[in-house]
Design a binder for this molecule. Structure first.
Ligand code: GTP
Ligand code: MG
Length: 197
């Protein structure tokens, strides 16, 4: 699939104000700074469509970007160690939960995890919650440029082993690097295959 156009549509903290056209959407979630916004820019070939920063806590709202005028990529705030106040974190958590519970047009969530890190409880718990709520998701291992291929392989094996302690079947997963363009074709193919529009 080719991305011919990508445009920002709306940002908000209220799910009821998200677009009502019922076009399919794919949402990026994960710890602050894991690379959600960078991945949206990589997929769309745009430098600054989604705002990125070296400082965790950059994305603070639900951001809808319309792709090829008929489906959405959705950038969300991170969970975890964002350098924002406790009350802001609580607000994020509330609307992130509302977003995933209410957006029936969500085709799939992408849960991003940094390929360099050991499995973190916060991510495993979030995946568990998605599973319990029957929300389809794939895992995206980010920042693959930071590890050598052998280390990537061993980190993925270790991650799979932890997942298999609670999941009977492993979720779909992708390996990406936004700085090197790795994983773009695989992700776009997955979107193409799952998107009915
Ligand atoms: P929040 O909006 O704060 O939740 O963060 P985010 O998950 O949207 O992360 P963002 O895309 O803003 O990226 C965070 C930092 O990681 C930035 O300094 C990016 O340049 C860097 N980064 C993102 N993706 C990659 C990658 O694939 N490789 C490398 N080396 N750095 C990356
Ligand atoms: Mg962001």
């Amino acid at each position: 699939m080719q991305i011919k156009s990508a445009e920002f549509v709306v940002s908000n903290s209220d799910v009821s104000k998200c677009p009502k056209d019922y076009l399919p959407e794919y949402a990026f979630i994960g710890r602050s700074n894991v690379g959600k916004s960078s991945l949206i820019n990589m997929l769309t070939n745009r430098r600054n469509l989604a705002k990125t920063s070296g400082k965790p806590g950059k994305t603070q709202l639900i951001n809808h970007f319309i792709i090829n005028k008929n489906w959405y990529l959705v950038d969300l705030p991170g969970y975890g160690y964002a350098k924002v106040s406790k009350s802001a974190k609580k607000t994020f958590q509330k609307f992130i939960t509302a977003y995933f519970s209410e957006r029936k047009q969500l085709v799939s969530a992408f849960v991003l995890v940094d390929i360099r890190h050991e499995p973190q409880n916060i991510d495993l718990e979030f995946m568990q919650w998605l599973g319990e709520n029957m929300i389809p998701f794939s895992i995206i291992f980010t920042k693959a440029d930071k590890l050598k291929p052998k280390a990537i392989e061993s980190h993925i094996i270790a991650y799979k082993n932890v997942l298999l302690e609670t999941w009977e079947e492993l979720p779909n997963y992708f390996i990406t690097s936004s700085s090197k363009g790795v994983g773009k074709d695989d992700l776009l193919r997955f979107i193409d295959e799952t998107n009915k529009n």
